[in-house]
Design a protein around this ligand. Structure first.
Ligand SMILES: [Zn+2]
Length: 597
């Protein structure tokens, strides 16, 4: 048994999330975590909403809310959506907790103490008319990279690049249109060049990474510069240094605090579990492994910056040093990055309304219909395009006509003719072949999930489904009324295959696997689901949220093993209700119209 940290990118809490987000990392990471638990590993799946930084403030302004109110609003929506999709987080929390603030400041202090945080003079913007600091988000100008004319002082919403206010062409104050004055100010920088050698050595030990991630990261290491980690901002984690901690206009940069969330969420989980030291099993045990899941726009933070921060906190950069109070921390085992999901040929964009929100999707379709699409056609190794026509085809022709039909036909026939799982007679060659094929699928599918090849994994599972459907067509048990013994053997064989396949399908399609388990007469929880819990803040004081907040958590300790379990003849079977719903072709036009309206 290994301790497996499954770390998912933190959704940004400035609006509801669309299906592109959950396609990139949410569902693939959940497939991995569910499988690893079934293999007997001690999995901890953590994340939360990323709630600091400019876009939250901009969204809050536009809704007449405070930043804290806006973050709380979207945190709750995102928690509910991820729950509905069945993502089995051990803890999904948020970055506006006292525990997170404390962990971030502790890591900052360790990095600072080890000499990896530089204080440098940079140009900061002030308003000429008031003489006050002008926060980054209130400066607007043309992006030097893509020419977008409404880029903000810290980020371009068009090309996604991080910016400094001085990068903007023709900067203007969004408050009164005046041109800001730039004056020298102190800011903090992470000394990335001090980690170039250590990162290179570490990267050379990585195996099994997707080539795009490895190539991208190696290119990054060729050109490293100190990276700013503080901003002119009034919303974020205060800088824990004398002369800085009380300044309301200086905060740590949102990305700096967000990546520390993986660690702080594990600590929060341990504290809530009643064993506050338990987090160390995933972060300090040298045998523990950690898998980070994200979209490709976030690779840099997970393959370069976060490992650099961990090296620095361990005292393992060029400047040496000592581990801080959190001890020596594990670097990522693997950074699993996905590509982008486009929609009907366009980039997802909330502002241009090219978007399908998770919530809207799940109001009309089942979570497993979405999970099936993502698993079989998601942006695993290349950008992929979501189209409603393809969703309809995969749902009707593959999920309903393939897996759903196998479940329905085999259980219905056995229920009608025997009222139970029949007692098998002697197996013939063709029966043994089918059972051998489904048993072999445990190895092939499992190996693929273990390598985060979800598309190939579900493809192999569907091949085993096709083999079972072919077996039914070839043996035609409905024609065996005169030979109930052989009919019972054939139906027993196919039911055993269905039982094995519900196990193999459960990391991908947990909701329907639970249903198949029940249709086969099984009791209790087969594919455990997360639950939303309202919890109280653990720490009063700075960063503490007001009142209870929702987390996602769950008890996944009792998962079935990743293996074939013999069905018990005589188990009572009822006429099944179909597990999946066939969709009308008219949904394609309806959905496209909805998108364009
Ligand atoms: Zn740009």
């Amino acid at each position: 048994m290994t301790h497996v940290l499954t770390a998912l990118a933190w959704p940004y809490a400035n609006g509801p999330r669309h299906i592109g987000h959950v396609a990139g990392f949410g569902v693939p990471a959940d497939v991995f975590a569910r499988y690893m638990r079934m293999r007997g590993h001690d999995v901890l799946m953590v994340s939360g909403t990323d709630e600091h930084g400019t876009p939250i403030l901009v969204q809050a302004d536009s809704e007449g809310l405070t930043a804290a109110e806006a973050a709380a609003k979207y945190n709750r929506i995102i928690v509910e959506d991820l729950d509905a999709l069945g993502l089995s987080y051990d803890l999904f929390t948020r970055t506006t907790t006292g525990n997170h603030y404390k962990t971030v400041q502790e890591l900052f202090s360790t990095l600072y103490g080890n000499g990896y945080i530089l204080q440098k003079k940079t140009l900061g913007a002030i308003s000429p008319s008031t003489g006050r600091t002008l926060p980054d988000r209130y400066i607007e100008g043309t992006c030097p990279h893509c020419g977008f004319d409404s880029a903000r002082g810290d980020q371009c919403d068009n090309c996604g690049r991080q910016l400094d206010p001085t990068d903007l062409i023709d900067p203007k104050s969004r408050i009164n249109g005046e041109t800001p004055k730039f004056v020298e100010e102190d800011h903090f920088f992470l000394d990335l060049p001090a980690f170039a050698d250590a990162l290179n050595v570490w990267l050379d030990t990585r195996t099994g990474w997707r080539t795009n991630v490895l190539r991208f990261t190696k290119n990054l290491l060729d050109e490293m510069h100190p990276r700013p980690i503080s901003r002119d901002l009034d919303w974020g984690v205060p800088i824990p240094l004398e002369g800085w901690i009380d300044r309301p206009d200086k905060r740590l940069y949102v990305w700096f605090d967000a990546v520390i969330g993986y660690l702080s969420a594990t600590i929060e989980w341990a504290r809530r579990s009643g064993d506050p030291e338990a987090w160390k099993r995933w972060w300090q045990d040298p045998e523990a492994v950690s898998y980070y899941f994200m979209g490709k726009d976030n690779i840099v933070f997970h393959s370069e910056i976060w490992p650099a921060m961990l090296l620095g906190a361990n005292g393992e950069g060029a400047g040496g040093g000592e581990p801080g109070p959190l001890g020596k921390l594990n670097l990522p085992t693997e950074v699993v990055s996905s590509e982008f999901l486009t929609m009907e040929g366009k980039q997802f964009s909330s502002s241009r309304r090219v978007v399908i929100y998770v919530r809207d999707f799940l109001e009309r379709y089942s979570p497993d219909a979405l999970r099936y699409y993502i698993c079989s056609a998601g942006p695993e190794n290349q950008d992929s395009d979501f189209t409603w026509a393809e969703f309809l085809r995969r749902n009707n022709d593959e999920l309903v006509a393939g897996w759903g039909n196998l479940v329905n036909r085999s259980i219905a026939m056995a229920a009608k003719n025997f009222g139970a799982v029949p007692e098998p007679g002697e197996l013939e060659e063709v029966d043994r072949e089918l059972l051998g094929a489904t048993r072999a699928a445990f190895d092939t599918v499992g190996d693929l999930i273990g390598q985060n090849k979800v598309r190939a994994g579900i493809g192999e599972a569907m091949k085993a489904v096709a083999a079972a459907n072919k077996y039914l067509a070839d043996t035609a048990p409905w024609k065996m009324k005169e030979d109930p013994k052989r009919q019972g053997t054939v139906l027993y064989t196919v039911l055993q295959a269905v039982s094995d396949l519900k196990t193999i399908m459960s990391p991908f399609l947990p909701h329907s696997s639970q249903r198949v388990h029940e249709l086969l007469g099984g009791e209790g929880v087969f594919a455990p689901m997360p639950r939303i819990e309202e919890v109280d803040e653990l720490d009063a004081g700075e960063g503490a949220t007001d009142g209870p907040y929702p987390i996602l958590t769950g008890d996944y300790s009792d998962v079935p093993k990743w293996e074939s379990v013999p069905l018990a003849p005589g188990t009572v079977l009822e006429k099944p209700v179909p597990v999946f719903t066939k969709l009308e072709p008219s949904i394609v036009d309806e959905e496209i119209e909805r998108l364009n309206s």
